[in-house]
Design a protein around this ligand. Structure first.
Ligand code: ATP
Ligand code: MG
Length: 307
């Protein structure tokens, strides 16, 4: 199947000469949840804005649902819902009107039932007659989502949907993404909460200084770069790791009550059997053992540090 979004050799240099995107190429498959991770200023919003036709590329091509995002802007844009990073600015407008208006912008007939459903899904129905000014920050963010969904887009961009929102709203967003995905909507989101990408994404890209440094299936990524740690809670306090165990690279906790062993999940052998044998030989006994797998966050921090 042809990708729903195809970005080829995209470059963006802003008017002040700053190059925000350096030759970005990327294909997004229909129906996937794609997470774009990267530090502040990496180029996430620039990339999204360019795909949505809000920022003009310096070079390269973008197609959305087969439509050229520049020469066939209206057809491309109609497929897209965009939840921008910035807050809405029309303070005196009424909630319900602004959502209905967003639909009208795309030349679609009014659909009060749909607008009602969207506002209910986002728990904004009770606030429908409020002005935007009279909403809390989290409600404004919900409103941005409602506006983006008003024309029933097949692709939804969420630029930091949960920045500065409470836990409940964050989980609401996750559920909403799940529902939309079930309906076949393709979702591209940026986030600084890596936990969020870990929770929702099928694929993950990392962008740093205007370059995509990695695109990978989330589970492959975690398998490939992930490491596991085994921690042993000791029966007796140790002062130092015995010389005979030096090859394992064990780390002794500050209180001397726990030993941590790190191993590669990809390796043929984990070395655990040998370690346990050697521990027993050294007379080190433990009362408990648990393993943890490194998170996407560890992987991300590693990558961006190197980048
Ligand atoms: N209109 C503009 N003119 C000049 N430079 C810009 C403009 N918009 C963005 N930039 C620069 O482009 C770079 C990328 O910005 P962008 O907003 O895409 O980053 P981001 O990855 O979305 O960051 P954040 O995580 O903070 O939202 C930054 O260095 C920014 O200062
Ligand atoms: Mg941004």
């Amino acid at each position: 199947m042809a990708p729903i979004i195809s970005v080829q050799s995209l470059e963006k240099t802003y008017d002040d000469g700053f190059q925000a995107l350096k030759t970005v190429s990327l294909d997004i498959e229909e129906g996937e949840v794609f997470a774009l991770l990267g530090p502040n200023g990496a180029g996430k919003t620039t990339l999204i804005s360019t795909i949505c036709g809000l920022v003009r590329p310096t070079a390269g091509t973008i197609t959305v649902g087969g439509h050229d995002a520049q020469t066939d802007y209206r057809a491309a844009r109609k497929l897209i819902g965009l939840v921008p990073q910035e807050m809405p600015t029309a303070p005196f407008e009424k909630v319900i009107d602004t959502v209905a208006f967003s639909r009208g912008l795309f030349g679609l007939p009014a659909n009060p039932g749909l607008i009602e459903q969207i506002l209910k899904d986002l728990t904004l129905w009770d606030k429908r007659d409020n002005t935007i000014m009279a909403l809390s920050g989290g409600m404004k963010r919900r409103l941005l989502v409602a506006k983006a969904l008003a024309h029933e887009p097949t692709i939804l961009f969420l630029d930091e949907p949960t920045a500065g929102v409470d836990v409940e709203l964050r989980h609401d967003m996750w559920r909403l993404v799940e529902q939309l995905k079930e309906r076949g909507v393709t979702i591209i989101l940026t986030t600084h909460y890596i936990e969020e990408a870990e929770e929702m994404a099928d694929r993950v890209a990392v962008i740093n200084k205007g370059e995509i440094i990695l695109v990978e299936n989330k589970s492959d990524l975690m398998q490939k770069l992930g490491r596991k740690e085994m921690t042993l809670a000791l029966q007796e306090t140790l002062v130092a790791v015995p010389e005979t165990l030096a090859t394992y690279g064990l780390v002794l906790s500050e209180d001397g009550r726990a030993l941590t062993y790190t191993y590669d999940t990809q390796g043929e052998r984990t070395g655990i059997t040998a370690l346990l044998t050697d521990l027993a030989k050294s007379g080190i006994r433990f009362q408990d053992l648990h393993t943890t797998q490194s998170s996407l966050e560890d992987i991300f921090v590693d990558l961006v540090k190197k980048g």
